[in-house]
Design a protein around this ligand. Structure first.
Ligand code: ADP
Length: 490
């Protein structure tokens, strides 16, 4: 999978990117925090070491400053520990309490007379002697690592004259040890954190992104064969990916519905066109054989062909209307119409067109009602329903229109008292090209598309269309449309 390429770009798994991202993120955070802590800690440690050196120098200088003469070994012995009568010099193992205490604290003390001759040394110093005029503390390169060295002249308390020089060295052994131990711990912790966060990121992403690979697999199958009934397995989660899966599956359902409808449509259309084309062909053949000489055949055949051509024209127009009706949601979503006006207009038109019929309009609504529908579409639906009511009425030539308002909807009813529809047919009259009595409907010029156009239009505007009918008693079609809450043109 890692070697796959997408659009000529190298495929890098999201999981790896996620793991790398978390690892780098935690590396940066940890590095900053550790560096801050490390610096603060080691600086503090270094300050303590410097303090120790300064204290040591001050203590020894103060002790030795009591002498008014240049320092000698004897005077040093006397000044540092007057009660101890043992020899003061035992090499590095020096016995005097102050010096010993200091040398235990990792300090190497060297005392020189004013001429620079070494009088006392508690150990071999890393740095050579330096007779300075004032106190200096500095870092110097030692044999193994850096050392802290302090130089100071020793002034007699009384005469303020230089009686010797003091050099104290802090070999920084414990500091260096702590420093390297701490550094090791930090580096190890850093590696551990980066590794742990990388692994955690990898496994976390594995669980979190698993639905993505399911989607990926499904897309792969569907792109090979769009009719495959495969769906992304739903996950028991409550997050964006679960939502995405749900939406994706719904999209696949819709897509396949469209594909099926499309192929069904093509087969329905070719089936519907076959009859008029066959009739026209029949008449043309008739004309070819006898029509040229027989004016009666010529007239009849031309008239019949013209009827069929007109039917085909209507059929093509209705098919166009149907395919447009499927897109109202996209193309006419912001249209608004005052329903009362359209119902009254259609009512008046039909009254005028069919004077032999009795049209009544029951209008219970006293205010203007606006619905979210394109005016021509509402008119088209009402014309289809009223046309059918007229077409399928028998002896009782009455059509009732009603207009009423619900809580959030408006309801329009179109009722006739004609032949009615049997329950089995009632379930199918909204299907494309469905006609209860094909031959009779054809005679009346019907293609079986009117109700499907009406249903698609109404459902496109989030409304509904229903039918109540019983054979012999007539039919009642009800259209319900949601009302616009705050219509501008009320
Ligand atoms: P058509 O153009 O054939 O009328 P429709 O889609 O409008 O197509 O109607 C489908 C079928 O439903 C019709 O062929 C007819 O059999 C039946 N139908 C529709 N309206 C009525 C009605 N008011 N009374 C009885 N039957 C109806």
């Amino acid at each position: 999978m890692d070697n796959q390429t997408t659009n000529n770009k190298r495929f890098i798994s999201l999981r790896l990117k996620w793991a790398f991202g978390t690892a780098v993120g935690s590396l940066i955070i940890f590095l900053v925090v550790t560096l801050a802590l490390f610096t603060a800690f080691t600086q503090n440690l270094f300050r303590q070491e410097r303090e120790l050196l300064n204290q040591g120098m001050t203590t020894i200088s103060q002790q030795l400053a009591k002498s008014s003469q240049p320092l000698t070994r004897r005077s040093i012995e006397r000044l540092i520990d007057p009660n101890n009568d043992r020899s003061i010099i035992r090499g590095a193992d020096y016995q005097r309490p102050v010096i010993r205490e200091l040398s235990d604290g990792h300090l190497i003390v060297n005392i020189y007379n004013p001429q620079g001759k070494k009088l006392l040394s508690t150990g071999a110093p890393d740095v050579g002697k330096s007779l300075v005029n004032e106190r200096q503390v500095s870092l110097a390169r030692g044999r193994e690592h850096q050392v802290l060295v302090g130089h100071t002249p020793i002034y007699s308390q009384k005469g303020r004259q230089v009686i010797g020089y003091l050099q104290v060295e802090n070999n920084l052994n414990s500091y260096t040890q702590s420093y390297s131990q701490l550094r090791l711990v930090c580096v190890m912790a850093l590696c551990l954190v980066v590794l742990a966060s990388g692994l955690l990121g990898y496994f976390l992403s594995y669980f979190l992104l698993r639905p993505l690979s399911d989607i990926h697999d499904t897309v792969k199958v569907i792109s090979k064969d769009p009719t495959k009934e495969i769906r992304v397995p739903t996950v028991n989660r409550n997050d964006e990916l679960a939502e995405l899966i749900e939406m994706f599956n719904e999209m696949l359902d819709r897509m396949q519905r469209y594909i099926n409808q499309q192929s069904q449509f093509v087969s329905d259309v070719s089936h519907e066109l076959r009859t008029p084309v066959a009739i026209i062909q029949g008449h043309l053949e008739l004309l070819e054989r006898w029509g040229k000489d027989d004016p009666q055949v010529l007239n009849d055949s031309l008239a019949a062909s013209l009827v069929e051509t007109k039917r085909m024209k209507n059929l093509v127009q209705e098919m166009l209307d149907l395919s447009r009706a499927e897109q109202v949601e996209i193309n006419f979503r912001d249209q608004q119409t005052v329903v009362n006006d359209v119902v009254h207009q259609v009512y008046n038109n039909f009254k005028m067109l069919y004077p032999e019929f009795t049209f009544t309009l029951d209008d219970d609504v006293h205010e203007k009602i606006t619905a979210n529908i394109y005016r021509d579409h509402l008119e088209q639906v009402l014309v289809i329903l009223c046309d059918n009511a007229v077409k399928y009425s028998k002896d009782r030539k009455e059509v009732h229109l009603t207009l009423s308002r619900g809580m959030n909807s408006v309801e329009i009813g179109v009722q006739d008292f004609g032949e009615g529809i049997a329950p089995d047919d009632a379930k199918r009259v909204f299907d494309r090209f469905y006609r209860v009595d094909k031959a009779r409907s054809r005679k009346k010029g019907g293609n079986g598309l009117g109700l499907s156009i009406a249903q698609r239009l109404i459902e496109g505007y989030h409304g509904s269309i229903s039918l109540e009918s019983s054979p012999g008693a007539g039919s009642l079609f009800k259209v319900v449309l949601p009302i616009v809450d705050d219509p501008e043109d009320k």
